[in-house]
Design a protein around this ligand. Structure first.
Ligand code: ADP
Ligand code: MG
Ligand code: MG
Length: 902
């Protein structure tokens, strides 16, 4: 943003000149102060210095030309309006200097109160307050404290210690017991602290105080904590803050004065009512600082009924005006109420849904707006079980919150033991150093997974997220000893069967069982809570908004599911088919033996025998899935990973062979396997013999899978079902690859469906950049495309996910090369562009080509909006993410103005 710097550029706005829509220029606080002023609410007069002035200051290191003059003009106008002059010795006008950026950054930047007080005006202030010396000196010591800390970087503790000393000298804990003399003494002590740290006397010139405070607020934009906060919240670094200069009103003038905060609804639950805190005889910062105990806001009714009623009236007014929960700061000066701030309040995920629903009931917003005001991240949060941590539970370790939720159970160290205990009805937590594909059954059986190594994208983390299962990864304080069936942490030993609890949101690990509450929202999605017949505001709001989202959305939502159980669950969550059924798990467990036979086959006969043995097993898998998804499309991906992934690791085989030889046992098979593993070794398996390449190299492999799919479909159809199989070929980069597979598949389809007609579609994944760029050609041989955005991201960027996330992503995020990991949210400009090109050119070549996405991005809110924009037909995501995708697909329509963007 170019800093404007002409003399007549307007840098200062009176509150009467602004409004709530000018947040860019006036910051949130300034825009809302202006809005309240224009609504006729009692706001102390003042003006706002724009974010543009701040930007200019931050770029050039000095105030832009014209700013000083404009401040002078507005200050004079303020003085005329108030009938007082800044720092006048007889009757001083005092002001606060308050930061306020476009986005609220609570507690990140600075505010100085009581600017304009000095050794002379403190006497005038006292006189004007009816010889209230105590009040005047209290205000003065606050100015020196805040000014010293904020403007001159005097360590805040020094002032706090001096205040504590004054209190203990008086034998009290309550600052209200300090009288005028004590406070006068405190002012002297504060001035000494100021001099000691700054080498100068506390400035007595009111205008100098004001200018220095304004400059300090500008500079607070770049304070370290503000920079960190912005990075975390993804707030742009160049916005700058506005500065509000507000005439002071005093909550510390005695027991009939005070200050407080109020919410128009409960920001935790969304419940209607009066929420907030009040503190008598205090200035604003005391409430947050927790110096004295506040009382609940409704006590104010007893203390000052008139102000209370007036406040309630304004709260109702503001809610109606902003059509949302408002968060308000106010001060009462001798029975007169002043409004010092309002903003649309932050809230929990639950409150977001509940409030949106209430506002619809109240006629303040419509359902489109309600849908716009909630989001998928909030819904996802509400779908996890939570720990009830009101008891005294201390974490023993902290890892990475890899997959949210809360789980307690008995510790087990192997997949097999997890399956065993789970079958006996036990809750178990699978604890491993790290997991691998062999742990899959154990992960399915476990309530949660805990690893001592690996990050957010380790195998454990990614698979757990896919299953919606709680996972803490990389808890490196934990020493896992699998053979001894125990782990040690913080000097304690945890044995198999001991109970631990893990929180996948915070990454915390607890010993013992922490009680868990199931998610009501999940119970609702599963159909065990009927929203029409229960008294649960959250469930009713979620139901209402989801129903609206479903009515609005154009994108269909499918699920990634490999088993009948997953399919059934996803269907209850609203999935409209399967977008990705991986077949590789069908080669695991006791079927590995058959895969080994396939790999070791000497000649066609042995190979065909191995495939023939796999055929009925796969067919049975597909039958189950088609049955659960009856009437809905099921996209089955032919085998994708390199076959050596199904063989034991090299080291293990080498050891087995050595040990067996030692014992003089027959090692022929182990030796053959070892030789095969050596032969099949790849430097870059991700770019190696996998996907369609396997199908073209290993005769009969794809044919067996196609036959299993079509025979399963025919079997279902014969029993009166309505299967809709779609065969998907992975990793295609050239149309010829697809054509070859297609020719073979069509023969089989033709032959098998002779018995009973079933429509079978053949399509491909678009996951190699070349496929995206030649989509027009590939569409000639494909009835559908499904974007595999995980691989497309890896190959588009040229990095392999498993290698890079731990290695340098942190640095890229730090440097802002990524705003967010491209595996989490689709990189619209690069990978997204490939998707767009393929969608356009594919549809141009074959109108009506079905387009979907089955990468992890299918459940990511921002990515769902992108896929809506690009005009895909559906997104496919893990079962747990299906409701999130439904919600976001609806939001995408509302946010693009309700139009169908295709
Ligand atoms: P923050 O953004 O951290 O909330 P504010 O600028 O709102 O900081 O100031 C903190 C508190 O100081 C306010 O809540 C209010 O109570 C008090 N305050 C600010 N300006 C004035 C004023 N002009 N008169 C009285 N109190 C004020
Ligand atoms: Mg405030
Ligand atoms: Mg892939």
């Amino acid at each position: 943003m170019a800093a404007q710097e002409t003399v007549d550029h307007k840098y200062v706005y009176d509150f009467s000149e602004g409004n709530k829509d000018l947040k860019d220029l006036l910051g949130g606080k300034g825009a809302n102060l202006a809005e309240m002023t224009n609504l006729g609410l009692p706001v102390p007069p003042g003006f706002t210095i724009t974010t543009e002035a701040c930007q200019a200051y931050l770029v050039t290191g000095r105030e832009p030309d014209g700013l000083a003059g404009q401040i002078e003009e507005h200050l004079e106008a303020l003085e005329r309006a108030m009938g007082k002059r800044l720092g006048d010795p007889q009757d001083p006008l005092l002001v606060s200097v308050r930061s306020g950026a476009k986005f609220s950054m609570p507690g990140m930047m600075e505010t100085v109160l009581n600017v304009g007080l000095n050794d002379e005006s403190v006497v005038g202030l006292s006189a004007q307050a009816g010889q209230n010396d105590r009040f005047a000196w209290d205000s003065y010591r606050r100015l020196i404290q805040m000014f010293g800390k904020t403007v001159c970087e005097v360590p805040g503790e020094e002032f706090e210690h001096a205040l504590d000393d004054a209190k203990s000298a008086k034998g009290t804990h309550n600052d209200l017991d300090l009288d005028a003399d004590d406070l006068r003494g405190l002012v002297d002590a504060y001035k000494k602290i100021f001099l000691k740290h700054t080498g100068r006397e506390f400035p007595q010139q009111p205008r100098e105080q004001l200018d220095l405070a304004i400059r300090a607020v500008f500079e607070s934009w770049n304070a370290e904590r503000a920079v960190l906060y912005r990075r975390q919240e993804r707030i742009p670094a160049d916005l700058g803050t506005a500065v509000n200069v507000v005439s002071m009103v005093f909550g510390n003038l005695g027991p009939d004065s005070g200050t407080g905060v109020a919410f128009t609804r409960d920001p935790a639950s969304g419940a209607q009512g009066i929420y907030g805190d009040y503190l008598a005889n205090a200035q604003g910062e005391d409430v947050v600082a927790g110096i004295r105990n506040t009382v609940p806001l409704n006590e104010l009714e007893r203390l000052d009924k008139k102000s209370y009623d007036e406040l309630l009236g304004y709260m109702a007014r503001l809610e109606e005006h902003y059509r949302d929960l408002c968060d308000i700061e106010f001060t009462i000066e001798r029975g007169k109420l002043w409004m010092l701030q309002t903003r649309v309040g932050k809230r929990t995920a639950a409150a977001a849904f509940v409030i949106a629903g209430q506002l619809v009931d109240e006629g303040l917003i419509d359902l489109d707006e309600a849908l716009h005001r909630v989001n998928g991240a909030q819904l996802a949060q509400l779908m996890f079980p939570r720990f009830q941590l009101d008891h005294e539970f201390q974490p023993v370790a902290k890892g990475i919150g890899a997959s949210p939720g809360a789980a307690s159970g008995k510790v087990v160290f192997t997949s097999a033991r997890a399956v065993e205990l789970a079958a006996e009805g036990e809750s178990v937590i699978l604890v491993r150093r790290e997991t691998n594909p062999d742990d899959l059954n154990g992960m399915i059986a476990a309530k949660g997974i805990l690893t001592s190594r690996g990050g957010k994208t380790s195998h454990a983390a990614v698979v757990a997220r896919g299953m919606g299962k709680t996972c803490v990864s990389g808890a490196d304080e934990i020493e896992v000893n699998v053979p001894a069936k125990r782990f040690t942490v913080a000097g304690q030993t945890v044995n198999e069967g001991d109970v631990v609890s893990i929180d996948g949101t915070t990454g915390k690990v607890y010993l013992g069982e922490v009680p868990v509450m199931p998610s009501e929202v999940v119970q609702y999605f599963e159909g065990s809570l009927d929203p029409e017949h229960i008294d649960n505001a959250l469930v009713r709001a979620v139901h209402r908004i989801m129903t609206h989202a479903d009515g609005k959305r154009r994108l269909a939502v499918r699920t990634n599911a490999d088993t009948g159980a997953d399919a059934a669950r996803a269907r209850r969550f609203g999935a409209e088919g399967i977008g990705l059924c991986r077949t590789e798990h069908m080669f695991l467990g006791d079927r590995r033996e058959l895969v080994e036979r396939l790999i070791l086959a000497r000649g066609a006969d042995e190979r065909e025998a191995a495939l023939a043995a796999l055929l009925p097993l796969q067919r049975a898998d597909f039958v189950e899935i088609f049955r659960e998804m009856d009437g809905l499309p099921v996209t089955v991906r032919l085998i994708d990973p390199p076959l050596h992934e199904f063989l034991p690791p090299l080291e293990q085989l080498a050891v087995n062979v050595a040990v067996a030889q030692e014992r003089g046992e027959d090692v022929a098979k182990e030796e053959a396997l070892l030789a095969a593993v050596r032969r099949m070794h790849e430097e870059n398996p991700m770019l190696g013999l996998r996907g369609v390449r396997l199908g073209l190299v290993i005769p009969g492999l794809f044919a067996m899978q196609v036959r299993a799919i079509v025979e399963a479909a025919v079997e279902c159809a014969q029993r009166g079902g309505d299967p809709k199989p779609e065969i998907m070929v992975p990793l295609v980069g050239a149309v010829q690859e697809l054509e070859t597979v297609r020719t073979e598949a069509e023969k089989i389809i033709e032959e098998v469906t002779r018995e009973k007609a079933v429509e079978v579609l053949i399509g491909t994944m678009i996951e190699v950049p070349r496929a995206a760029l030649t989509a027009g050609q590939i569409a000639e041989a494909a009835e559908f495309f499904s974007f595999g955005t995980n691989d497309l991201t890896q190959m588009g960027w040229g990095f392999s996910r498993d290698d890079v996330e731990g290695a340098f992503f942190w640095r890229y995020l730090e440097l802002g090369i990524f705003g967010i990991s491209p595996f989490e949210s689709i990189d619209r400009d690069g990978v997204g562009r490939l998707v767009r090109i393929a969608a356009e050119e594919g549809r141009a070549a074959r109108p009506g080509l079905k387009l979907g996405i089955c990468g992890e991005h299918g459940g990511d809110p921002d990515s769902v909006h992108f896929f809506h924009e690009v005009g895909l037909d559906y997104v496919s995501c893990s079962p747990f993410r299906v409701p999130v995708a439904r919600l976001e697909a609806g939001r995408a329509v509302v946010e693009s103005g309700g139009s169908d963007s295709r």
